[in-house]
Design a protein around this ligand. Structure first.
Ligand code: T3D
Length: 264
C-alpha cells in the first residue's frame, strides 16, 4: 500500500475526501484517522469549502477499524484499552462532522462495516452505489457499536431494526438500506460520483449560513423538547434573517430569478 491514506481535493466549493487504503478495504489506522480529523478541521476553517463529499477508493467505503493495526492501540498479547482509543481518535472526529456547519455527503461506493458504517451514519446525507452494503460488524467481534452508531442508527431506522442490525451484525445490501431509510438514493456504480457531485454542487451553491444553522437546529432537536426546539428555531431564524443570503433570497424571489447565494 502506498500514497496518502486520504485523498483530498477541492473544486468549486466542494471538498472531496477519498479514504484511500483500498488493500485494507479503507480500514481506519491511526494515520487515516488523523488525516480525516485534519481534513474536517480544514473544511471548517476554509470559507471556500461549502460542502464535503466522503467516499472510498476501490471496492469498499470502509471496513471500520483496521484489525491488522491493533498494535497502534496497545502492545500485542495485552488487553487493549479501547475506551481511550475511541475517546482520542473516533469521538472527536464524529463530533467534528456533526458540528461542521457545512453539509457532508457520504457517497457509499461499497461495503461500510463497523466504524466505517458509523462514519456514513454521521454524514448528513448518504447516497449509495448499488454495490454498497452495510454491517454493524461489531458484535461479530465481541464488541459494541461505536463511533456514534448507537446514537444515529436507531434515529434513522427505529429501535427495533437498529437492535436487529447491531445484535446480528448482518450485512444488508443497498436496496435494503434504501428501504430502511439508511440511504437517500441508490444509483448504478458508475453513476455514483456524478450523483454525489450534482448533490454537493447544489449544496455548495445554497445559502451556506442557513445550511449550517439547519444542521445546528436538527442536531439540537435530537435531544430537546418541543418548547426548547421552538425557542432554538426562533434564535437560529433571527440569525438567518440577518444574513446577506436571506436578503438576496427575498430580492431573487421578487425578481422571479434564481438566487445567487454567497454563503454570508
Ligand atoms: O478496535 C477498536 O479500535 C475499537 C473500534 C472499533 C471500531 C470498529 O470498526 S470494529 C469493526 C471492525 N471491522 C470489522 O470487523 C469488519 C471486518 N471485515 C468484514 O466483516 C468483511 O471483511 C467485510 C464485510 C468488511 C467485507 O467482506 P468481503 O467478503 O467483501 O471481504 P473480505 O474477503 O472479508 O476482506 C477482504 C480483505 O480485507 C481481507 O484481507 P485478505 O484476506 O484479502 O488479505 C480482509 O482481512 C481485509 N479486511 C477486511 N476488513 C478489515 C480488513 N483488514 C483490516 N481491518 C479490517 N477491518
Amino acid at each position: 500500500m502506498s500514497g496518502s491514506p486520504l485523498l483530498q481535493e477541492s473544486t468549486d466549493g466542494v471538498m472531496r475526501l477519498t479514504l484511500n487504503r483500498p488493500d485494507a478495504l479503507n480500514a481506519f489506522n491511526l494515520e487515516l484517522l488523523e488525516a480525516l480529523g485534519e481534513a474536517f478541521r480544514q473544511a471548517e476553517g476554509d470559507v471556500g469549502v461549502r460542502a464535503v463529499v466522503l467516499t472510498g477508493a476501490g471496492r469498499a467505503f470502509s471496513a471500520g477499524q483496521d484489525m491488522r493495526a491493533l498494535e497502534e492501540i496497545g502492545p500485542p498479547g495485552k488487553p487493549l484499552h479501547l475506551g481511550p482509543w475511541l475517546r482520542t481518535h473516533y469521538n472527536p472526529l464524529i463530533l467534528k462532522m456533526r458540528s461542521l456547519e457545512k453539509p457532508i455527503v457520504a457517497a457509499v461506493n461499497g461495503v461500510a462495516a463497523g466504524a466505517g458504517m458509523s462514519l456514513a451514519l454521521a454524514s448528513d446525507i448518504r447516497i449509495a452505489s448499488i454495490d454498497a452494503s452495510f454491517t454493524q460488524a461489531f458484535a461479530a467481534l465481541g464488541l459494541v457499536p461505536d463511533a456514534g452508531s448507537t446514537f444515529f442508527l436507531p434515529r434513522l431506522v427505529g429501535l427495533g431494526k437498529a437492535l436487529e442490525l447491531c445484535l446480528t451484525a448482518d450485512r444488508i445490501d443497498a436496496g435494503e438500506a434504501l428501504r430502511l431509510g439508511l440511504v437517500s438514493r441508490v444509483v448504478p456504480a458508475e453513476e455514483l460520483d456524478t450523483a454525489a457531485l450534482e448533490l454537493t454542487n447544489k449544496l455548495a451553491s445554497a445559502a451556506g449560513k442557513a445550511i449550517g444553522l439547519i444542521k445546528r437546529g436538527l442536531n439540537r432537536a435530537l435531544a430537546a423538547s418541543l418548547d426548547e426546539s421552538l425557542e432554538y428555531e426562533a434564535l437560529l431564524q433571527e440569525v438567518a434573517g440577518r444574513t446577506e443570503d436571506f436578503r438576496e433570497g427575498v430580492i431573487a424571489f421578487s425578481e422571479k430569478r434564481p438566487p445567487r447565494f454567497l454563503g454570508r
